[in-house]
Every structure is written in C-alpha cells, then in structure tokens.
Design a protein around this ligand. Structure first.
Ligand code: SAM
Length: 243
C-alpha cells in the first residue's frame, strides 16, 4: 500500500468540536438526542436507499453509530468508518448494547468499524451498493470535499446510491449577520446550554459550504442528483445516483 503523501490534507486533525474527547462525544450524543429525531432520520435514509438484502453500505463519519445500528437490520454488511478512534469505540459499544437489548446480538458481527475517513478509507472487495454520510463532509475544505466525492464514486457500483446530509448554507450570504444571529438564538432555545458554543465553533472554524457549490461538486464527481432538499437555510440532504 502507498504511504500517505505529505501533501494530503490531514483529516485526523480535529477542527471545531474535538471528537477525540470522550466527554465531547457523550455531550454530542446527548445533544443530538435532544435536537434531532435520529431514529426517524435513519429510517428515512434507509427507505430512500431501498437496499437489497445482500447489499453492502458504507457510512463515512459514522459518529456515535445510529445509522449502522439501524442499517444492519436491512442489509448484509455495514462498514462504519470514522477518523476518531474514541468515536468508533463509543459507536461499537453502543451497537453491542443496543443490539443485545433488541435481541439482535449477532447482527453486530455484520458491522465493520474501521478507522478511516473521506480521504483515507480504502475500500476492498465488491463495489459498494450505497454510501451515506451525515454531518461529516463539512469537516473538509471545499477542494478536499471534491476529492472525497470522487473517491466515494470510485468505490461504488454504477447505479449505487449516495445519501448526504450536512450543514450546507442556502441563505443569501449578503444577510449572514442576521442569519447567524437568528440561527444561534434558535439553537439555544431547542438545544439548551452548550449548543450556542458548538454552533459558534461550527460557523467559525468548520467548512460548511453553499448549496450550489456542493451540487456542482457532487455532479462533477460522477453522480446525478435525484433529490436535493434545503431546510431552514442551513440543513441540506441529497440523494444521488452514481452515473
Ligand atoms: C458531527 S459528527 C456526525 C456523526 C454522525 N454521522 C451523525 O449524524 O450524528 C462528525 C463525525 O465525522 C467524523 N469526521 C471528521 N472528519 C472526518 C473525515 N475526514 N472523514 C470521516 N469522518 C470524519 C468525526 O470524527 C465525527 O464522528
């Protein structure tokens, strides 16, 4: 295997929230349970992907493991990749506990937890039926998002489905000041203490891009966008088909 080239973006370096820190990971999981209906989200993604039972699906930036836990019920194999080893440990433990409680203990063996990211995960075996990534792509600056999307396309079957959910801006950047002020106060209301700090870090230090830029990158990478949805000026979802 080729060594990592010196020019490659260091995707393991934490920008914004430190997902190598277990207390941050726990806080993230608790906050998400409060501000998102994660169970509903993952069921919707799985319905959109419509995976055949023999499918293999990859999640890049699996975080605390909610998608792999749900996905393994619907397909043969789930690869759950993340650049943070503590995050992977947390996700694996959650999967073991949840699947045991649900009487699906053996399913955990069909989830492969892998240390790797958009720029470093190396897929081996049959091309993938589907790839999912949620709230993770914004960790890369735009040039590297494009590289990541090209790499993802290269791992997939023709006709395979890619689902992206992320913080992507769809408001007019000329009104950034009033948009961000409103965004911060809304998130303080729904997420409670700690949320404004994380949103602030996100806006200032992470790499959320603009909808039309990301759409161009997705198409340039070799996907057709079947469905693009923008919500509240900062959440976007894309269902894409590998051409
Ligand atoms: C905001 S969390 C999202 C987790 C989960 N997908 C969710 O929807 O809640 C971002 C995750 O992406 C991971 N991450 C950051 N940079 C990454 C990269 N370059 N490749 C893959 N994962 C990355 C972080 O370690 C973290 O687990």
């Amino acid at each position: 295997m080729r060594d990592t080239p010196a020019w490659l973006y260091d995707e393991k370096r934490q920008i914004g929230t430190d997902y190598e820190d277990l207390s941050e990971i726990r806080a993230y999981d608790q906050r998400m349970a409060k501000i998102r209906d994660v169970g509903k989200e993952v069921r919707e993604v799985l319905d959109l992907l419509d995976l055949p039972p023999e499918a293999t699906v990859l999640e890049l930036g699996c975080g605390t493991g909610e998608f792999p836990i749900a996905a393994v019920e619907r397909c043969r194999k789930v690869v759950a990749a993340d650049v943070s080893l503590p995050m992977l440990g947390y996700a694996r433990k959650k999967a073991e506990e949840r699947l045991r409680e649900e009487g699906r203990k053996g399913d955990v063996e069909r989830i492969e937890f892998v240390e790797g990211g958009f720029l470093t995960y190396q897929h081996r075996g049959e091309p993938l039926d589907a790839v999912v990534t949620q709230f993770a792509l914004h960790h890369l600056p735009d040039f590297w998002k494009q590289v990541a999307l090209i790499r993802i396309a290269g791992m997939m079957k023709e006709g395979g489905r890619l689902f992206i959910r992320d913080i992507v801006y769809s408001f007019d950047p000329a009104g950034a000041e009033s948009f961000f002020d409103g965004y911060l106060s809304r998130m303080a209301e729904v997420g409670g203490e700690g949320t404004p700090r994380d949103i602030l870090i996100h806006i200032r230090d992470e790499h959320s891009t603009i909808g039309w830029i990301l759409e161009g990158m997705i198409e340039t990478a070799g996907f057709s966008i079947e469905r693009a949805e923008y919500r509240a000026g900062f959440i976007a979802t894309y269902l894409c088909i590998k051409r």
